[in-house]
Design a protein around this ligand. Structure first.
Ligand SMILES: Cc1cc2nc3c(=O)[nH]c(=O)nc-3n(C[C@H](O)[C@H](O)[C@H](O)COP(=O)(O)O)c2cc1C
Length: 167
């Protein structure tokens, strides 16, 4: 195991070094998606986290440069799907060419337009509770209206790559 020496204050934090340091922290990955104006819109996000039980809230952070968020935030309801360990390619697709993100992926759409992946480990039906500006991202708080989960293992995102839980 490597050890770290004492931190020196660094006012000029390099974004590349920061991204690498943040990437040490393992996360799952979710798909955040809805049908808007008759077409599926959404993206992959590793910034998902649970926030509150009462009211039931989760959050994710979206880059202010996102071309998808201005459309997705207009959705009546938004679906969140926690990706399963076999979803590495699906995750790349969900972060890729916007018009092809859902090609060949089995999805379900609620009456309110929330879009979820049929093979996800868990899925949530949400509405936007609050958006909080946070630097070059916006923290989006989502209120849950339905939740279900299945057995299985999650996709793990770590050090810019995909992995799975051991054991
Ligand atoms: C594993 C993974 C995790 C990602 N997590 C986030 C995230 O938390 N927030 C975000 O804004 N973009 C994230 N992205 C990038 C988006 O999926 C998407 O590529 C980006 O928003 C650009 O597309 P857009 O302009 O259509 O939004 C992630 C991409 C990958 C592959």
């Amino acid at each position: 195991m490597s050890t770290l020496s004492a931190l020196t204050t660094n006012q000029d934090l390099d974004p590349i070094a920061l991204r690498q340091a943040f990437g040490v922290f393992p996360t799952g990955v979710v798909a955040v998606a809805a049908v808007v104006d008759g077409r599926p819109v959404g993206l992959a996000a590793s910034s998902f986290t649970s926030v509150s039980l009462d009211p039931p809230l989760v959050s994710f952070s979206i880059a202010r440069t996102s071309k998808t968020w201005p459309d997705l935030r207009r959705a009546t309801h938004v679906g969140v799907t926690i990706l399963a360990e076999h979803h590495g390619d699906v995750c790349r697709q969900l972060a890729g060419e916007p018009d092809e993100r859902f090609d060949g992926i089995a999805v379900s759409v609620s009456g309110d337009g929330a879009l979820t992946l049929d093979e996800g480990l868990a899925r949530f039906d949400c509405t936007i509770y609050r958006e909080v500006e946070a630097g070059d991202h916006v923290i989006v708080l989502l209120q849950l209206h339905a939740a279900e989960h299945a057995a299985g293992q999650p996709l793990v995102f770590h050090r810019s790559g995909f992995g799975r839980l051991a054991g």
